[in-house]
Write a protein that binds this ligand. Structure first.
Ligand code: PQQ
Length: 231
């Protein structure tokens, strides 16, 4: 089979988000409609924290495989964005602020034992994928970030509107990501579109992105099952 053109390949990748990204998950839709209880919101924040702390870990695995120095220099910034530096504490610390704003302690957030089994399973599968797969597929799996900015801006507005018990400082994580994400997205697209030359490689990238959508979807399935009371 012939390789897709760059435009067609990008369109194929983007179409996955319209069908499978976690903005469509019922738990996420209830969050935006203002229907989550405090317990459900806390459950989401606590379990998503396990995803957050693992982002720099999977990015470190990918870093070891990137072939070029210039790409490694850019990729390192992703790890710093989450792990932070002295004086600029980074995304994980911002997520701790969100946790505190919803009534969780730092200790509860870092207590790995309280993570739901399904969340651990999904996030560990993502880290394992990035460790095992060729760098192109591991990078492609991060392309869910393409679909995040629209969701993040909606989340900031809707959480402020519907959950006044959450202090606005708690949402700093999402505001910071909106500034950081455009450069991440440009780099991801550059790496994937320009290096997937054959149709086989392009198909593998599409499958990697589908897999990652499943990771995010499963995370919300688990949170919903554990925290949402059935009528
Ligand atoms: O809040 C969200 O909905 C959301 C989703 C995603 C994503 O699509 O994986 C990421 C983020 N946020 C995010 O903040 C972030 O730093 C991030 C990194 C990655 C990744 O896979 O490398 N995804 C995401």
């Amino acid at each position: 089979m012939n390789a897709w053109s760059a435009e067609e390949f990008e369109a194929q990748l983007r179409s996955i988000g319209e069908k499978r990204y976690h903005h469509l998950h019922p738990f996420n839709e209830r969050m935006h409609a203002g229907l989550l209880t405090e317990e459900e919101f806390r459950g989401w924040v606590r379990n998503r924290f396990y995803y957050q702390v693992n982002l720099p870990v999977k990015d470190a695995f990918i870093l070891t495989k990137l072939p070029g120095r210039e790409d490694r220099r850019q990729w390192i910034q992703r790890i710093i964005d989450h792990d932070g530096r002295t004086g600029d504490e980074g995304g994980i610390e911002n997520w701790v602020r969100l946790g505190e704003a919803v009534g969780l302690t730092r200790r509860e957030l870092f207590d790995g034992d309280s993570v739901l089994p399904g969340v651990r399973f999904a996030v560990d599968a993502y880290v394992d994928f990035c460790q095992r797969k060729p760098w192109l597929e591991a990078v492609a799996s991060a392309l869910t970030e393409l679909f995040a900015p629209g969701l993040l801006s909606r989340r900031i507005a809707d959480v402020q509107q519907h959950y006044p018990w959450i202090a606005p400082e708690g949402l700093e994580y999402f505001r910071a990501r909106l500034t950081q994400q455009p450069k991440d997205i440009a780099h991801l697209l550059d790496l994937v579109i320009n290096h997937a030359e054959s149709r086989e490689q392009q198909d593998a990238c599409v499958r990697a992105l589908e897999f990652k959508c499943d990771v995010l979807w499963s995370l919300l399935d688990s949170v919903e099952l554990a925290y949402s009371k059935k009528p």
